[in-house]
Design a protein around this ligand. Structure first.
Ligand code: NAG
Ligand code: NAG
Ligand code: NAG
Ligand code: NAG
Ligand code: NAG
Length: 501
């Protein structure tokens, strides 16, 4: 009797959420990637380069954050050496050549070329390192997609407030202009800033990421405003002074999980939409539409008032700033990994807490039955990818989209990484369905990552590479996993299965 009741209850709960059921009998598509679709792999400077204080490189916030408190990383490793790509970038390029990628997305370490963050002190050896990487890629026929900022603001600038200081807009723009000048002829696509949500929410909200500033619901909004202004100003400089001569493109990379309503009830459907606005819209609306999402302005304004703030904790953009930020993209660049369910939060208790999370009036969670990867938050939910892509088209129009990161972790570094092959196959299948059935205009896919690297606060525990790197071996050999061969098959055949239509 008791168990019957439980089963009955479970049926009601399950039938209320559409996500999983809808794809219960999902089969991998045999439709091919179109001829002009391009494939790449991605890394970030701090996660691969090592050489943290070599050849005149200045200190940046992740060096400082981890050195001052090693237990901020779960296995107490650091990025001091990481995959040692500063010395072994030719090995990385050899791996990419073997897989057959069209392009390599990597980042420049601001403090390697500007040790103090400002352009009055340029480190020639750092500049030469990147020139060597570009030349190696060029010699191997691999194009460059370059991220200017992947979370590593120079420590000297952080000492002056970092992303909370309005001066960061000019510090970043000067740095960007220098990079366009030095490296422009090698770069096909520029990315100004990677994943502003992690920079601001984790870096200046919860403090879980460098620089570890704890200022939820206040600092993170100030950071977001400055990040968007810095991106916009650097994009405008590119647009005016470099675009026509270089013929390259420039955009911002925004990350988003998918947020699925937990039930079909109106309040949950609305809550999930608002959550998407707080996660993706917070950074995308200003760039693609011109201002913060209306629902954010309303929620943060209302809750701030009730909390006794004399103005909204969400700082407004002026008319000029809206005009500056609006339209600063060449295409939409998306990083995506996982999915959450969302329920509406009612009750009067939430406004006591000052945070971005409670400002959304939505609670998100992941289902226990979803398959998990090594990183705690990271569950494998392929259908969420397709839903997110269709939502992007609905929300931002018929815009070109490039996937700039997608991938999965493990803890063992196994070379027989069938789980990674399954992940790539099922995520890319939902991507193709969104293209064929939803008319979503995706033109490129970037796998994270080509080699195992240092995974931020998960250290060397979480491995995301298609090549294994033994982080205890001083020579850091790169060894192909099965997934690298599968990705190579996709690129050469343009097909997820053995053969396609
Ligand atoms: C999945 O397939 C089974 C067996 O063919 C069928 O009974 C079931 O209704 C299908 N489920 C969905 C959600 O389509
Ligand atoms: C510049 O950075 C270097 C390396 O981090 C440091 O040794 C030096 O003191 C800094 N100079 C200034 C003026 O802050
Ligand atoms: C942003 O630019 C678009 C296209 O020019 C325009 O339609 C829209 O009104 C602008 N947004 C704002 C808030 O000014
Ligand atoms: C809001 O309060 C702060 C101090 O909490 C004060 O510095 C600021 O001037 C006030 N702003 C307005 C618009 O009243
Ligand atoms: C990693 O390298 C260390 C040091 O060379 C070696 O002892 C160990 O066996 C290697 N591990 C694997 C899995 O190859």
């Amino acid at each position: 009797m008791f168990s019957n009741l439980l089963v009955f209850f479970a049926i009601i709960v399950l039938s209320a959420c559409d996500g999983d059921d809808e794809f219960a009998n999902y089969t991998i598509t045999d439709r091919p990637f179109p001829p002009h679709f391009t494939f790449g792999v991605a890394t970030a400077a701090y996660q691969i380069e090592g050489a943290w204080d070599t050849d005149g490189k200045g200190e940046q916030v992740w060096d400082t954050f981890i050195h001052e408190k090693p237990d901020r990383v779960s296995d107490r490793t650091t990025g001091d050496v990481a995959s040692d790509s500063y010395h072994r970038y030719k090995d990385d390029v050899r791996c990419m050549k073997e897989v057959g990628v069209d392009y390599y997305r990597f980042s420049i370490a601001w403090s390697r070329i500007l040790p103090n963050g400002t352009v009055d002190n340029i480190n020639t050896e750092g500049v030469n390192y990147y020139l060597n990487v570009f030349k190696e890629l060029e010699a191997n026929g691999i194009e460059s997609m370059v991220t200017l900022y992947h979370w590593d603001i120079p420590t000297d600038l952080e000492k002056q407030g970092g992303w909370l200081n309005p001066k960061v807009v000019d510090w970043f723009t000067d740095y960007a202009r220098l990079c366009y000048t030095l490296f422009g002829k090698y770069v096909k696509v520029w990315v100004t800033i990677n994943e502003p949500k992690q920079i601001c929410h984790s870096g200046y909200g919860t403090g879980g990421y460098a620089p570890g500033v704890v200022s939820p619901g206040v600092g993170e909004y100030v950071c977001a405003r400055h990040v968007l202004l810095a991106h916009a100003k650097a994009w405008r400089v590119f647009d005016k002074e470099f675009r026509s001569a270089l013929g390259s493109r420039n955009t911002i990379v925004i990350d988003s999980d998918w947020y699925e309503p937990a039930t079909n009830k109106e309040e949950d459907v609305v809550a999930a939409e608002i959550k998407r606005q707080f996660v993706f819209g917070m950074y995308a609306h200003p760039v693609f539409k011109g201002d913060w999402p209306d629902q954010m302005i309303e929620n943060v304004g209302e809750i701030s008032r009730r909390q006794g703030f004399n103005q909204s904790r969400l700082p407004a953009f002026s008319e000029e700033e809206i005009a500056l930020v609006n339209g600063t993209y060449d295409f939409l660049a998306l990083n995506h990994y996982t999915t959450y369910m969302v329920t509406a939060v009612k009750g009067e208790e939430y406004p006591k807490v000052v945070s971005w999370d409670t400002d959304s009036k939505a609670r998100s969670y992941q289902k226990d039955e979803w398959q998990t990867a090594a990183i705690g938050w990271f569950r494998i939910v392929p259908w969420g990818f397709g839903k997110l892509l269709r939502w992007l088209k609905k929300t931002y129009g018929d815009i070109e989209i490039v996937i700039t990161e997608n991938g999965v972790s493990d803890t063992t570094g196994t070379l027989r990484d069938q789980h990674r092959i399954n992940y790539m196959k099922s995520y890319m299948s939902h991507l193709l369905d969104a293209m064929y059935d939803g008319g979503v205009r995706v033109t490129g896919y970037t796998a994270w990552s080509i080699i195992d690297n240092f995974e931020w606060t998960q250290g060397n525990n979480a491995k995301l590479g298609m090549y294994y790197v033994n982080m205890s071996d001083p020579l850091r050999p790169r060894i192909a996993k099965d997934s690298s061969k599968y990705y190579s098959h996709i690129i050469s055949s343009r097909c997820l299965l053995d053969s396609c239509q």
